[in-house]
Design a protein around this ligand. Structure first.
Ligand code: ADP
Ligand code: MG
Length: 699
């Protein structure tokens, strides 16, 4: 008997070479191995008589080996194993390349199954590299490689599906009875198969329907655990206390009235949803989604001001220094007429502003002001958690571009901030994102959040003309850029993404910058920006660019998020194919913010049709949500969200596309938690939930 925790190393018959290969797939225990599911099946289920074989088809035959031998083709120095297998209807040749050992496995006279594709050569058909299996005894059990639906596994170099089948089958045959974490009642309601059957069927399905049911079951299981956590989180939060922020509608109108523009209807609606939440005395946990440029900042800022006027603090956390600084500028500008202290705290710089008067300050000083409760709106980066900041009375926490922070970071934030605040309250939490998350995903992953959506752009925004530029049209694009600059407009140029290497990325920006400055646009004022520059320098450059000291800003993706320069009307992206659609969408959103017609050029050297198809999605998508859906379809949930970041198992990731299954998992999770919040009756579920919590929240 094998148990789930049995180490493969202790199983007889798995040699050290296999073990090393399995290790590469991170497979070390029986559990790892049997949860390494096939991703498709080949249908060898019917045994065909040799007479009926057709060229170019897949088939399985059963017969006796009449002849077998190895010869060497001297020219190619290849071993060719050749056998003849016969049944009552006739005989067929089988050929294997470079597998001489087969001749010592398949002996003359053995009964074998051969399965594979039928080749065709000079009037004769043959099996080319067929899968083989010796049938020694009718009682030996089901064949594993032939005469059935044969599982095909994700493979690693040198570890074939055949090898995997070879080790998995005997283990499944002698596996202990697995406990089922999906409660019986849930299985009954959802009509999902029990785990032991499902485990057999997912590897060696009697029929494709059985395989599908088994897959559905395992996908459901993962989604179900995710949903249990979501529902649990939501319930837990509902049992916490938060500051009751009383506001009155007249004051809200007054504040909105002094803004330099009228809020859009969607902005008002979102603000209203937020304000309703923070009045409740229970922690808000809301996600504010809206396209780039839809004006999320001002919505959060008005909420923050109202919070501060009731004597509480509001913290804004942004993913980059550039963005934090910009928020600080925007908000201290917007509210210069109000009696409100505003602080900026990043690792690189610290500032304070009172009634529009701002000054640099020392870190220790800013931290002291926050601690004493003399500043009410605090804007910063990770420094807000990393530095020893103690909030005096934190009422509202805003996380901008929330997808840039990991799930665990986000989840811990509110809790950490609660600990550093001098009140016993949870802060209200507002997450903001310009990456619209398709409904399936948000339901599955952010099931514990309420969602507000800003689905309209401020009035007067023009559509951005987007073009994919092939290498041959580069010069035209450059000429166009020059003519726009001569009209007084500004240009962003984004350099290709170089993953995991900020250093190489900086180098590539520098090269690009030199080239543009020296040979393409020697007459224009060009500046560059990359992630390896000092915060002070980045800030200086952004400020200069904003005040039109430069025409062209060459940059890495550091400017991806949030940066606002209304006079910039051209976004040119080098190596556009290296970026995800959502990210390209973000870049494009940097332009089209002012009154002039804006353009976006996507440069790509890739001739691949798929690349163009993908980029084309950007040309036709009406809004970010549509694009996100597209991106999700093309890249799959794993890439879309970044599997590493989310901590969600692969299987659940794939299942995220299946809205019905996600909903079903949600409904069932609610039922279980309503009945038994502490999982007293469901110890197995409890363990699973705790395990996933550890992974996702790193608790
Ligand atoms: P995002 O949602 O991408 O964070 P921002 O908050 O940066 O967008 O807003 C983008 C720009 O739109 C800013 O310059 C902001 O001042 C402006 N803006 C926001 N709301 C409105 C509005 N209702 N009318 C006109 N301009 C607005
Ligand atoms: Mg923003």
């Amino acid at each position: 008997m094998f148990s789930l925790n049995t180490q493969l190393i202790h199983i007889r018959g798995i040699g050290p070479k296999y073990l090393r290969k399995l290790e590469k797939l991170k497979i070390e225990t029986v559990r790892d191995l049997i949860f390494h599911f096939p991703f498709r099946y080949e249908d060898f289920s019917k045994i065909t008589s040799i007479m009926e074989l057709e060229p170019n088809e897949q088939a399985t035959v059963q017969g006796f080996v009449r002849d077998i031998g190895v010869r060497q083709s001297w020219r190619k120095r290849m071993f060719i194993t050749e056998a003849t297998v016969a049944d009552q209807s006739g005989a067929v040749r089988a050929i294997w390349f470079n597998q001489p050992f087969i001749a010592s496995i398949l002996r003359r006279g053995s009964l074998v199954n051969l399965a594979g594709k039928i080749g065709w050569d000079e009037d004769e058909i043959y099996f080319s590299n067929p899968v083989y299996e010796i049938i020694t005894d009718e009682r030996q059990g089901q064949p594993r490689h032939t005469a059935r639906l044969v599982p095909i596994y994700p493979e690693t170099k040198g570890l074939t599906s055949k090898a995997l089948r070879f080790v998995i089958k005997p283990i499944l045959d002698a596996l202990e009875l697995l406990p089922d974490s999906i409660p019986k009642e849930v299985r009954a309601r959802t009509k999902l198969p029990e785990i032991n059957d499902a485990m057999q069927h997912i590897h060696f399905p009697p029929s494709i329907e059985d395989a599908d049911a088994a897959k559905r079951r395992f996908a459901f299981e993962e989604l179900f655990i995710v949903q249990l956590i979501n529902v649990e989180e939501k319930l837990k939060l509902a049992q916490e206390k938060a500051a009751t922020i009383q506001w009155d509608i007249e004051r809200v109108k007054q504040i909105i009235g002094v803004l330099p523009f009228e809020l859009t209807f969607a902005q008002k609606r979102s603000l209203w949803e937020i304000l309703k939440d923070i009045k409740q005395g229970k922690p808000m946990n809301r996600l504010l989604e809206g396209d780039v440029g839809s004006g999320k900042t001002v919505v959060a800022a008005v909420a923050a001001l109202l919070v501060s006027e009731r004597g509480h603090q509001a913290a804004f956390m942004a993913p980059t220094e550039v963005l934090a600084y910009q928020h600080f500028k925007t908000i201290s500008d917007l509210f210069k007429g109000f009696d409100c202290g505003i602080a900026l705290l990043t690792s690189g710089q610290q500032r304070l502003a009172f009634s529009g008067l701002e000054a640099q300050s020392k870190k220790a000083n800013v931290i002291k002001e926050i601690d004493a409760g003399r500043v009410h709106i605090i804007i910063g980066t990770h420094a807000l958690i990393q530095e020893k900041v103690k909030f005096n009375k934190l009422g509202l926490a805003v996380i901008d571009e929330q997808h840039r922070f990991g799930v665990s970071q986000r989840a811990r934030l509110a809790r950490d901030w609660q600990k550093t605040a001098k009140t016993k309250y949870y802060p209200h939490l507002l997450s903001m994102s310009a990456t619209p998350i398709p409904r399936t995903l948000s339901l599955a992953l952010f099931g514990d959040l309420d969602i507000s959506i800003i689905d309209e752009l401020p009035k007067g925004r023009q559509e951005i003309i987007t073009q994919i530029v092939a290498p041959a049209d580069r010069q035209n694009a450059y000429d166009f850029i020059r003519s726009e600059v001569q009209k007084g407009q500004q240009v962003f140029i984004i350099c290709p993404l170089i993953e995991d290497s900020p250093h190489l990325e900086a180098k590539s920006v520098t090269e690009q910058y030199e080239k543009l400055k020296n040979s393409v646009f020697p007459d224009l004022r060009i500046v560059m920006l990359h992630g390896q520059m000092k915060p002070k320098e980045k800030e200086r450059i952004m400020n200069e660019f904003r005040s039109r000291d430069h025409d062209v800003l060459v940059s890495t993706s550091v400017i991806e998020v949030g940066v606002d320069v209304p006079n910039a009307t051209i976004m040119m992206i080098e190596g556009a194919d290296r970026f995800g659609l959502a990210q390209l969408y973000q870049f494009r959103g940097r332009v089209g913010r002012g009154e002039y017609q804006s353009h976006c050029f996507l440069f790509t050297d890739s001739p691949a049709v798929s690349t163009h198809q993908r980029l084309r999605a950007l040309l036709i998508a009406k809004n970010g949500f549509e694009l996100a859906q597209k991106d999700l379809e093309i890249r799959g949930p794993g890439e879309f969200l970044g599997t590493k970041q989310s901590g969600i198992p692969d299987l659940a990731m794939k299942a995220l596309k299946n809205l019905d299954l996600v909903k079903l998992a949600r409904t069932e999770a609610v039922k279980i938690i309503q009945k038994d919040q502490r999982f007293k009756k469901y110890p197995l579920l409890k363990t699973r939930v705790e395990e996933l919590r550890k992974r996702v929240y790193q608790e």
